[in-house]
Design a protein around this ligand. Structure first.
Ligand code: AMP
Length: 292
């Protein structure tokens, strides 16, 4: 077995990105039955195996891949971790160059904020509407609007046929799907399952903030998702499992609308948890059978 690596094209500016995309567009599509020409995976860097699973899936789905690495100031509130968010582009590009991932014709777009927002903060923004008012939207006001605004900009800049997002950020995935539907954005959205460590913790760039003892306490989030029973029993058991953390929310919702399911609900629902461990805010979620 070979473990060949290859380095993708690195673009920092809009011109560099446009040139790299023109290269991709100019290449004859291989005579395959793959439906998509170009896939995009949007990230904030500090990559881990969760991000790489999106890239591997993109590689399978499309002829050419663009990975964006951009810590988007618009989706951080002043009290959040924008300044200390981990950044290491060389490491990220090395990871993306691993076997089965990016090739020389693929692109890593790593712009500075002034490249993405040349006129400063955008005056016109995307509103996540009702989806942005619950859960993450309550704890992080404006967060989903900031996400959707940059997602739409990056879709325009990278012109993909398919865009991949992780189920780890379930509310973000639902909001992106809704934006694409409501605003007729010409892209297919593909959700990718959550990648977890062996102990069950969902991989996250923010796990790097956790000290040893905090990491043990952080396991409570994935454990909380194993709750069973009626809607009320599931909510109570998940809260119970999170008692060693500072719970932000426990929610059992319709996976599309994010409305809480009623006490007598029977069927599949999305259980979401958010909690702070030490100073690190973590989220996790899973589909659960309710009332079974
Ligand atoms: P981020 O860099 O945190 O903005 O994440 C970039 C993309 O990777 C988003 O679509 C996330 O949902 C996805 N992602 C992050 N962590 C995971 C994970 N553990 N499993 C699957 N996808 C993930």
């Amino acid at each position: 077995m070979t473990t060949q690596t290859s380095t993708p094209t690195l673009a920092h500016t809009r011109d560099e990105l446009a040139a790299a995309l023109a290269e991709q567009d100019g290449r004859p599509a291989p005579g395959s039955s793959r439906p998509y020409r170009r896939a995009v995976v949007m990230t904030m860097g500090a990559l881990h195996a969760g991000h790489l699973s999106l890239v591997a899936r993109a590689r399978e789905l499309a002829d050419a891949v663009v990975v964006t690495i951009f810590v988007n100031p618009l989706q951080f509130s002043p009290s959040e971790d924008l300044a200390r968010y981990p950044r290491d582009l060389d490491r990220d590009v090395a990871l993306l160059s691993g076997p089965g991932l990016l090739r020389p014709e693929d692109v890593v777009f790593a712009p500075d904020p002034q490249v993405v927002y040349p006129d400063g903060d955008p005056v016109v923004r995307v509103s996540a509407g009702a989806i942005g008012d619950v859960l993450e939207g309550v704890s992080r006001p404006g967060h989903l609007d900031g996400v959707l605004t940059v997602v739409l900009k990056l879709l325009h800049l990278t012109r993909p046929d398919v865009a991949l997002f992780g189920a780890k950020d379930a509310q973000q995935l639902a909001a992106v799907r809704r934006m694409v539907r409501d605003l007729d954005v010409p892209v297919a959205v593909h959700g990718v399952p959550i990648v977890r460590d062996d102990d069950g913790i969902a991989l996250s760039s923010r796990n790097a903030y956790l000290g040893g003892e905090e990491r043990r306490r952080a396991l409570a989030l994935s454990r909380a998702l194993r709750a069973t029973g009626t809607a009320e029993q599931i909510r109570a058991a998940a809260r119970q499992a999170l008692q060693e953390t500072d719970v932000d929310y426990v929610a059992l919702v319709d996976p599309e609308t994010f409305a809480e399911v009623p006490a007598d609900f029977v069927g599949e629902a999305l259980l979401l948890v958010a909690a702070t461990v030490g100073t690190t805010r973590l989220i996790d979620n899973a589909l659960v059978e309710v009332g079974a």
